[in-house]
Design a binder for this molecule. Sequence first.
Ligand SMILES: Cc1ncc(COP(=O)(O)O)c(C=O)c1O
Length: 382
Amino acid sequence: MTPVLQSRLPAVGTTIFSVMSALAAEHKAVNLGQGFPDFACDPALVDHVTQAMQAGHNQYPPMPGVPQFRQAIADKMQALYGRAYRAADEITVTAGATQAIITAILAVVHPGDEVIVLEPCYDSYVPNIELAGGTAVRVALTPGTFRPDFDAIAAAISGKTRAIIINSPHNPSATVWSQQDMLHLQELLAPTNVLLISDEVYEHMVFDGAQHESVARYDGLAERAFIVSSFGKTYHVTGWKVGFVAAPAARMAEFRKVHQFNVFTVNTPVQHALTAYMGDAAPYRDLSAFYQRKRDIFRAGLTKTRLRLLPSEGSYFQCVDISQVSDLGEADFCKWLTSEIGVAAIPLSAFYGNGFDQRVVRFCFAKQDATLHAALERLQAL
Ligand SMILES: Cc1ncc(COP(=O)(O)O)c(C=O)c1O
């Protein structure tokens, strides 16, 4: 008898990211779709990995991560955001932010619980919630501006709400939450038992002199939060998949119960390499300026097209409104743009459960200047 498989995630199919990447390869398009750099990381970082391996750091590290690495992360959070996390029991190293988020969800969400997500959102959140037996309650960010709609969030909170997931700087809209937004959320959650998962993977990419409003800056939020970040974005090594979670000890204890039977430990030599590399603040301190320059090159070129620019306040994304260029829906437009114009982009509808189409697509500008210029030349022919 052939066993019948009942899918745990029946609604999940091939993602638009895979579809667009395959199409981009087929048509030799400039790929501004998927969010990763097309340039190399600092060679010194690679040297640190080699040295760590040669020094014999090749066996399992302690379950929560290499102690010196956790201390370096805690020191950085203290220096940047003024909050003291104990390396011993409040920081855990993860296999990227994606594992951190699913592990936090599995640690706290019980069957029947509700978790609020703000759409458009990163595509792993909802399937993660469903794998935990929870229900995702989708609240839209305000169409057009993508600002949080606190009335809608307040209306979505019920006795069943276990947690809310936020993400700033935001993928895909490139918006950044302000101090006022954070205070608003803090006030809203104060009388509730709602936990917070804060996805801060773009923490070092905030433009125009604004600062990253980490949850760590806000006592009332930090005490209920799992703060998640990733070294992949910060150091141009998305394939290394190393991130971390910071949370108060009692919550971290629950997180680690799941973590130890999920990945158990994360790549040892890379943790040692990142510890050594983090001794210098310049690479993350200067990252906003690095990406702001690329953003400005890309935006200046796009003003010569009929694509309408939306603000890009942080992250490495730029969204554009396509309505003056085409009557196609977002997904069809992206397929057409890839195959006919030779530039790949991602439709925002991919980040909504109901496929909401607002005629906006996302480009990633974490690319060499030459790549951006090649894309712009093609886009200016639109
Ligand atoms: C908002 C957001 N969260 C999480 C991740 C995943 O990070 P990691 O590669 O460290 O798992 C990404 C990657 O694109 C992202 O955009």
